[in-house]
Design a protein around this ligand. Structure first.
Ligand SMILES: [Fe+2]
Ligand SMILES: [Fe+2]
Length: 223
């Protein structure tokens, strides 16, 4: 029998990694293009800054929810996961995010674009160097094994809710975060992710109430 409809936070986080991976790749690709002309293209400036800001906030919240909630929860249940290695890699990733945040501040302040872009590039490169092996370990050794633990569906739903609330407390603003995550996912992944959201998010907030705020990011997002 298929487990497709059973709540499984392992599947949620493997999917979440895909959104972050696209955010990483799209950011680097655009930074490289802007570096060639020595500045952020005026037309895309607002959207690009928002997109990178979202990547940074989502990444910060994600590493934090893993360190503070997910790893402690699974430590006894999946003891063979190399938690210490993952936590120390999060510290390297956080170092990259700090450079990205400084680069963003400099761009917002209207400081020299070229130097700010170089700082963004340096931060993203630090992340890019360990991101793929990092999520490979998490996906295969942790998230991919959650289904085999036979956690009670009610407990899984409680855990899902706790993790989402914790993440939301440490990220923001939600009118950028929600669209950033959902529209860095393929339509198939997005449809699955949307099932876990209140109806009004997809029907009212994202397409209407929040639209003006996140629309500048659209050139960087999927349809
Ligand atoms: Fe991680
Ligand atoms: Fe992760």
């Amino acid at each position: 029998m298929s487990n497709e409809n059973r709540p499984n936070i392992g599947e949620d986080y493997i999917r979440f990694h895909r959104a972050m991976t696209r955010g990483l790749a799209v950011s680097i690709q655009n930074i490289n293009e802007f570096l060639k002309i020595g500045a952020v293209e005026v037309l895309y400036r607002d959207g690009f800054l928002k997109y990178v800001q979202c990547f940074s906030s989502v990444s910060h919240g994600h590493h934090l929810v893993e360190d503070e909630k997910i790893f402690p929860y699974f430590r006894d249940k999946l003891p063979e996961v190399p938690y210490e290695r993952l936590i120390s890699e999060h510290n390297i990733l956080k170092g990259g995010l700090q450079e990205i945040n400084t680069g963003l501040d400099n761009l917002r302040a209207g400081n020299d674009d070229l130097n700010s872009l170089k700082l963004l590039k340096s931060g993203f490169d630090k992340i890019d160097q360990i991101w793929y092996p990092h999520i490979e370990i998490e996906n295969t050794q942790l998230y991919g094994r959650v289904g085999s633990l036979k956690i009670d569906p009610e407990e899984m739903i409680r855990l899902q809710k706790e993790l989402v609330e914790f993440f939301q407390e440490h990220t923001g603003p939600e009118y950028l975060m929600g669209p950033f995550v959902l529209y860095n996912l393929s339509p198939e992944d997005r449809a699955i992710a949307a099932q876990g959201l209140p109806d009004m998010v997809m029907k009212q907030l994202i397409p209407i109430e929040w639209k003006d705020k996140w629309a500048p990011m659209q050139p960087f997002l999927l349809e």
